[in-house]
Write a new protein. Structure first.
Length: 361
């Protein structure tokens, strides 16, 4: 038997009563040593029955499998705050935090697979690994299928490797992952000012502190995308605001691929305002619609699903809501005295970091 560390699996939640029990059931389906793993549900003040549902599921799993499952209260609500709370409240022996999500589907023995990748890392300067995302397009909800295709496409999700491919090797940033508790705390944890893109911010601060990240493309997590236009709009609007916040903290956060979404919002507003004067401006919007329609035809051919008729709508929502969120947050930042940077979190001194516990067989 090889030596293995103690692991904390962290599941931030907010109004996930419909998903939290099933997520716990999937994640606890593991052959990792039961005395070296715990599962932490960190609830951000849900207004549905998430907390009580999680507690009931925790009691059943502890009786059935002998696993430690705890439910914590996160008064700050945000996922970033949930991860910081978990880093503080985890078992003192815990060396790794595996971040999970109720809007995702995890394979059997997920914890063991993740830790196997960590054991295989080529060096001691890696702060952790991130997973590849697989978007489902065969659910019972048509709009969710379309938004799933869009989310993992270059036209909707951009060129992030964890969405559009499954590489294996060093990576600049990623989606959810498993992180060294010591490395996480050494940089001050997640930035709780970030309402979105907190994972990118964390990745870059780890990089700036001399750590590396590894993408395990052979570990695929199924992402459950939003199933209504309104929910998708809110999600991508938050992403746009998060990217604007990221720009305040990191140079180069705004990429070339982001410019079209900002430009689209501004051009759409201009077209609406000037159409009574220059009706021909509407032709440009028809051209944009034709591009989205072509994407829908391509997706329909690939999936043979009529649900892809929703794809142009999903893509338009992603583009416009992201751009609106980015512009709104940027304007707000200008109002805060010409982009005055928020106070950065302070890294913890060595004396306050969790001790290195000996690994057990």
């Amino acid at each position: 038997m090889r030596d293995v560390p103690f692991v904390s699996v962290v599941i931030p939640t907010l109004n996930e009563a419909a998903n939290v029990a099933a997520t716990l059931r999937r994640l606890t389906n593991t052959d990792y040593p039961r005395d070296l793993v715990e599962f932490l549900v960190v609830d951000g003040g849900s207004t549905d029955n998430t907390y009580s549902t999680a507690e009931t599921a925790a009691e059943l799993l502890m009786k059935e499998k002998g696993l430690v499952v705890r439910v914590l209260d996160n008064p700050r609500r945000l996922q970033s705050a949930a991860m910081n709370l978990a880093a503080e409240e985890a078992d003192p022996r815990s060396e790794w935090l595996i971040r999970c999500d109720c809007h995702a589907e995890y394979p059997a023995n997920f914890v063991s697979a993740v830790m196997g990748e960590i054991f295989a890392l080529p060096g001691n300067d890696y702060a952790g690994i991130v997973y590849a995302v697989r978007c489902s397009t065969d659910t019972l909800r048509c709009f969710r299928n379309a938004s799933g295709w869009a989310f993992c496409s270059r036209l909707g999700g951009g060129n992030s490797a964890y969405r559009t491919g499954a590489p294996i090797g060093p990576v600049d940033h990623g989606w959810h992952g498993a992180f060294s508790r010591r490395a996480l705390r050494s940089i001050g944890g997640y930035d709780t000012e970030m309402i979105a893109n907190e994972d990118v911010d964390l990745s870059w601060r780890l990089r700036d502190s001399g750590y590396k990240l590894w993408i395990a493309g052979n570990i695929e997590v199924g992402y459950i995308t939003r199933d209504t236009p309104r929910a998708l709009w809110k999600q991508f609007s938050r992403y746009g605001r998060g990217r604007a916040l990221l720009m305040e903290r990191h140079r180069g956060a705004f990429k070339v691929r982001h410019a079209p979404m900002v430009g689209l919002v501004m051009w759409t507003a201009l077209v609406i305002a000037l159409t009574p004067v220059v009706p021909a401006l509407w032709l440009t919007m028809i051209a944009y619609g034709a591009v989205l329609a072509a994407a829908g035809v391509h997706a329909g051919k690939c999936t043979r699903s009529p649900c892809m008729l929703w794809l142009p709508v999903a893509l338009a929502i992603m583009h416009l809501s992201w751009g609106c969120g980015f512009i709104a947050q940027s304007v707000a930042a200008v109002g805060r005295r010409l982009l005055r940077l928020p106070k950065r979190q302070q890294a913890l001194p060595e004396s306050q970091l969790p001790p290195r516990y000996p690994r057990r067989t």
